[in-house]
Design a protein. Structure first.
Length: 418
């Protein structure tokens, strides 16, 4: 009995030693795996950085969710890099409770609230970073710089590379910007609100003046002063039209786009000085410009395309049924054909105007003598029939195709495969 008891004790002790050895081995493998994962992530994240830019992220890299987020979203690492380079976190990173979700935008918001934000952060600026992370993109360096500056308690008016003049009062309004606004809209809204613009006009102006080039800011500064002088007589609905008018006269020509045809319209007032204009004079010039554009649009609609080398009208009879094929020689006729036939021929204006192609309408003459649209034909400059389409791009009926074949035979046209 004593020998049996000693043997059982030795077996129990051996089993315990084996279990301890296995646990130690597993801990060693886990540590090695974690070390390899951290080293791999560091290599990926710092591939574009110099050795001096490498950050001590050991606390964060020990967490699997953070490692997955950093690998899937390089922009998340860039924000961390810029923030940690600017100073120590507000709270220690080890006390941060990692969200269950590894979604970069949520991870960023959670980490920002815990370790980055010393004071309240305007929602448009916070969302500008989070939204880019949500789609796997990188926020631009300028936006990250503004975020870090404000997160550290700085006033946005003192940040670098602002797109326009931004006072301390504007920074105060920016803190209270509507949360639904994007960052460019909120910054422009804060700028004009600080100048004394009414809230409803400021919202309309900010929406149409976002992302303007800095070199054009002098023109828009004059325009903002004009709005401030006349805001009691203006409505938000007038603002977009005024901005478009000033842009077309001073910055970029209006592009008339109709039926696939595009033409740049030269301004009527290239030397417009909005700072010296009155509200009545500006409205009068806008009305003249609108009438000018309408006249040009009518001219483009009915401008005849280059002549065709074959007759523009053809008529034939198939089984006692009359068919007519006529050329559509203007943008207006292309648009009407596209609407009636429910396909995209209305967008062929540019190709027809350059002579690369011509569009023909096949029509069936009914008992009352009324010609109904049956199919649309595209003829290339080489006199090849490229395609024949019925309503909604369906295949034409057999007798309609016979009419097209007779037309092709009469004028030595060739069919392409479609």
């Amino acid at each position: 009995m004593a020998n049996r008891h000693a043997r059982l004790l030795r077996e129990q002790q051996a089993a315990e030693r084996l279990a301890l050895e296995r646990q130690a081995f597993q801990r060693s493998k886990s540590a090695q795996k974690q070390f390899r994962s951290v080293a791999r992530i560091r290599m990926e994240l710092t591939r574009e950085a110099t050795p001096a830019d490498t950050l001590p992220l050991d606390v964060l890299l020990r967490r699997g969710a953070v490692r997955r987020c950093l690998v899937s979203s390089p922009g998340f690492y860039l924000v961390l890099q810029n923030f940690l380079e600017s100073g120590a976190p507000v709270r220690h990173l080890s006390t941060w409770r990692t969200p269950r979700s590894a979604e970069p935008a949520r991870m960023f918001r959670s980490l920002a609230r815990h370790a980055m934000l010393r004071y309240a952060m305007p929602e448009p600026l916070l969302r500008a970073i989070a939204d880019t992370l949500a789609v796997g993109a990188r926020a631009d360096a300028r936006t990250i710089g503004w975020f870090v500056h404000v997160a550290r308690g700085g006033n946005l008016s003192k940040a670098d590379d602002l797109p326009f003049g931004f006072t301390k009062k504007a920074a105060h309004f920016f803190l209270h910007a509507p949360q639904t606004m994007t960052l460019p809209v909120a910054m422009r809204w804060a700028q004009v609100r600080a100048l004394g613009m009414q809230e409803h006009l400021a919202a309309a102006l900010a929406e149409v003046l976002q992302n303007e080039a800095p070199e054009n800011e002098a023109i828009w500064s004059d325009f903002i002063c004009f709005i401030l002088r006349n805001q009691s007589a203006l409505t938000p609905e007038e603002i977009p039209g005024m901005v478009l008018f000033v842009r077309n006269q001073r910055l970029e020509p209006f592009v008339l786009s109709l039926g696939g045809f595009r033409e740049s319209i030269e301004p009527l007032y290239p030397a417009l000085q909005i700072g010296q204009a009155t509200l009545a004079s500006l409205r009068e010039r806008m009305n003249t410009w609108d009438q000018h554009l309408q006249a040009l649009e009518r001219a483009v609609r009915w401008r005849k395309f280059p002549a065709s080398p074959i007759p523009e009208y053809f008529s034939t009879c198939i089984n006692g049924q009359e068919f007519r094929i006529m050329r559509l020689c203007s943008v207006e006729k292309l648009l009407l054909e596209g609407v009636a036939m429910h396909h995209c021929v209305g967008g062929y204006g540019e190709e027809c105007n350059t002579g690369d192609t011509s569009i023909w309408s096949l029509r069936r003459v009914g008992a009352t003598g009324q010609a109904e649209r049956e199919a649309t034909i595209e003829l290339t400059a080489a006199l090849d029939i490229f395609q024949v389409k019925g309503k909604a791009n369906t295949h034409p009926k057999a007798d309609a195709m016979q009419a097209v074949e007779q037309w092709a035979k009469c004028h030595n046209l060739q069919f392409c495969s479609w």
